[in-house]
Design a protein around this ligand. Structure first.
Ligand code: G3P
Length: 225
């Protein structure tokens, strides 16, 4: 399962890319609005931080297929051909996905709340389908279950599309999907930090250091013995 950052905060992205095995960054119009910066200015800065090797996912904003295709062309020309263009999984979006797929543009189908949206998006040429796990949970349904169902539909139908689950609020939702072997999870910085934060871990590391320093002296490490 790829681990992707769902944010446009360039300081947070730099820190997370330095410390964790990150596979990319996803954004959406609301995330860009939260940055308070001009969209292509902040997106180009993100691209310069992550390089061309890591994935960057950027969403179209137009409501009709022709406008979505125009948005896609601009996104790819500004941010690189490998950029994944996020397209809402609505009828105009499926029409746009078919046209983008014919042009070889990488597509991430987004705004997915049901397995059948994922199925149709994959048939329309999407490489990723993004169900909104926590938002589905908040509607009283099972977000992790929907993401797993989409993964299973792709495998059962031999569709070359992966689940890129989004909208997480806790580690357990991410773990459940990692155990199922979905393609990717895109996670906000605070939740990524929470994946490996635990007082017992810190206490174990502190005890190792204290024991070692008790043996050889304060501040000593293997390198400075
Ligand atoms: O792109 C969709 C994803 O970022 C939604 O996350 O936390 O707004 O539900 P959230």
């Amino acid at each position: 399962m790829k681990l992707i950052i769902d944010d446009a905060d360039t300081k947070a992205i730099s820190r997370l890319v330095e410390y964790y095995p990150i596979d990319g960054v996803t954004t959406n119009p609301s995330i860009l609005a939260k940055s308070g910066r001009q969209p292509f200015e902040v997106l180009k800065e993100i691209r310069s931080i992550i390089g061309q090797e890591l994935e960057l996912h950027v969403q179209v904003v137009a409501r009709d297929a022709a406008g979505m295709l125009d948005d896609a062309h601009r996104i790819v020309s500004e941010l690189g051909e490998g950029t994944f263009v996020k397209v809402p999984s609505v009828p105009e979006g499926f029409k746009a996905m078919k046209a983008m797929h014919a042009e070889g543009i990488n597509i991430t189908a987004t705004a997915i709340y049901t397995p059948m949206q994922g199925f149709v998006a994959a048939k329309a040429g999407a490489s990723y389908a993004a169900p909104y796990v926590n938002r589905i949970d908040n509607m009283g349904y099972d977000g992790v279950g929907v993401a797993k169902a989409i993964h299973d539909v792709f495998r059962a139908n031999d569709l070359p599309c992966e689940v890129l689950a989004a909208s997480f609020k806790n580690s357990q939702q991410v773990l459940d999907l990692a155990r199922h072997g979905i393609g990717a999870a895109t996670v906000a910085p605070a939740v990524i930090d929470g994946l490996v934060k635990n007082a017992a871990i810190d206490a174990a590391v502190d005890a190792f250091v204290a024991d070692f320093e008790g043996l050889v002296g304060a501040g000593k490490t293997m390198a400075t013995l």
